[in-house]
Design a binder for this molecule. Structure first.
Ligand SMILES: [Fe+2]
Ligand SMILES: [Fe+2]
Length: 464
């Protein structure tokens, strides 16, 4: 009878260990997680904070064990409960690291926490090995099952894995007692309830205090019913539709070079929210009268530049993540408002009046990452495409317009501070041409259809 227990227990442990090794191998073969790169500036703080939190849990537990160690049976029960709490704490902290920094960083945490446990005089061998088996499986589940409902499912599965590991451990050495089985059942239920609760409480707190970003927050910001986007669509409908068009181009561009498509889309949604303040000064919101005709070029440029400052202010008011707010100034970088610079120079009466280029530059900074660089290019291409009525242009003309726009951005040094490579820029150019032609395509006027003020003026030659 005993040998069957040992065989079953050992088989279960070996099976879970093999699964864990396979998952860990995949972790290091997979390309880097986007959030690992985005949040990497906080890597040390998060890792050290997590280890500190784990040490606090350990020391609290050692005090509890010390209190219960007078009777040997109590000590055994406490030991089992303590092991469960330790393992749940390690896996929970590891899951949070996974969602913020990626699986590689979480694996590092599992290794360090195992080493810490190994140094404790009260530890048994299984507690050194268990985090290394349960941790990688659980962190993979956290990534496979994202979101609020997903965290409930991954909590349940992680709890089951933890329970199975303890069961295998008990079976491999002795008959499991009723107490052992009860403790494991409670541990599975506790994990199922604790994981989504703590992940949903700890994650927003960490994101807010450290200015980080997670997949779950990005998914929430994709919702066009977000209060800020609804306000944007009411106050500046033209700018809102421009942002949707930019989002479509930026998303396709991000996909083509393996960047985070959600981040590209969300950054595009919010990049021009500052235009809500004075919507009528932006061409996409003007119906007939151009307010800039009443202003000096310098005054016009100051109003346009101000949509960046206002956008940052609104973004902070609505608690947008730091990385989304940084896309607001970076989408213009330090570009020059050529139209108003030329107008101002044309109107200069003397050399003293001749304006300097720096007076017509956005304040920057230049794009600091690939997503804001994509956003700058997509924004410029969408606006140029609209201005030159690219829907009526031939593909050759569309390519040359996009070429000119991108060359201007590159020559001005706007992409100098972002890590885009030359081959990535070439790939992006192809995607921009394809997407722009798809989004601003020719709308076919059906025979007999009435032309409204909103419809394009283009008609096929044979239309009546
Ligand atoms: Fe803008
Ligand atoms: Fe824009």
């Amino acid at each position: 009878m005993d040998s069957i227990h040992v065989f079953l227990g050992t088989s279960l442990l070996v099976f879970l260990a093999i699964v864990s090794i396979m998952v860990t191998y995949r972790t290091f073969m997979d390309p880097p997680n986007e959030f690992e790169r985005i949040n990497q500036t906080h890597f040390l703080q998060i890792l050290l904070g997590s280890i500190l939190l784990f040490l606090i849990i350990l020391s609290t537990l050692s005090i509890l064990i010390g209190q219960g160690s007078t009777a040997s049976i109590l000590s055994e029960h406490h030991f089992l409960i303590t092991q469960n709490i330790e393992l749940i704490a390690i896996i929970l902290i590891g899951n949070i690291i996974t969602l913020l920094l990626g699986k590689k960083s979480a694996t590092l945490f599992f290794l360090i926490s195992s080493m810490i446990i190994a140094l404790l005089p009260t530890s048994r061998y299984e507690m050194i090995v268990l985090p290394l088996i349960a941790g990688p499986i659980s962190s993979s589940l956290a990534l496979i099952l994202p979101g609020r409902i997903g965290s409930l499912k991954s909590g349940l599965l992680s709890g089951l894995i933890t329970g199975l590991l303890f069961l295998g451990m008990e079976l491999s050495v002795k008959d499991p007692t009723v107490f052992t089985l009860q403790t494991e059942a409670i541990a599975v239920i506790a994990t199922t309830l604790l994981f989504p609760m703590l992940e949903n409480v700890a994650m927003p707190l960490l994101e807010k205090s450290l200015g980080l970003l997670s997949e779950a927050s990005l998914t929430e910001l994709l919702d066009l019913n977000h209060p800020l986007l609804r306000e944007f669509s009411k106050k500046a409908p033209g700018s809102f539709f421009h942002s949707l068009a930019v989002a479509q181009i930026a998303e396709a561009a991000a996909l083509s070079i393996g960047e985070n498509t959600k981040l590209a889309r969300v950054s595009a949604y919010f990049h021009d929210i500052g235009k809500m303040d004075k919507p009528q000064y932006f061409i996409e919101n003007q119906s007939t009268f151009n307010r800039h005709e009443l202003l000096t070029p310098r005054m016009s440029s100051l109003i346009l530049i101000d949509h960046v400052r206002k956008g940052i202010e609104i973004g902070k008011k609505y608690d947008l993540p730091e990385i989304i707010i940084s896309a607001i100034p970076e989408h213009h970088g330090t570009r020059v408002m050529q139209y108003f610079l030329r107008k101002s120079r044309d109107g200069a009466n003397s050399p003293a009046d001749f304006p300097s280029e720096s007076d017509f530059r956005y304040p920057g900074p230049k794009p600091q990452n690939k997503i804001t660089a994509i956003l700058m290019m997509a924004d410029a291409i969408e606006a140029t495409g609209r201005a030159v009525k690219i829907q009526d242009a031939s593909p050759a003309r569309a390519i040359s317009v996009i070429d000119e726009t991108l060359m201007e951005i590159q020559k001005d040094g706007q992409l100098d501070e972002c890590p885009l490579t030359i081959s990535e820029i070439a790939t992006l150019k192809e995607v921009f041409v394809r997407t722009l032609l798809q989004t601003q395509h020719k709308r076919i006027a059906y025979p007999g259809a009435k032309t409204t003020g909103i419809a394009p003026s283009w008609k096929p030659k044979d239309a009546s």
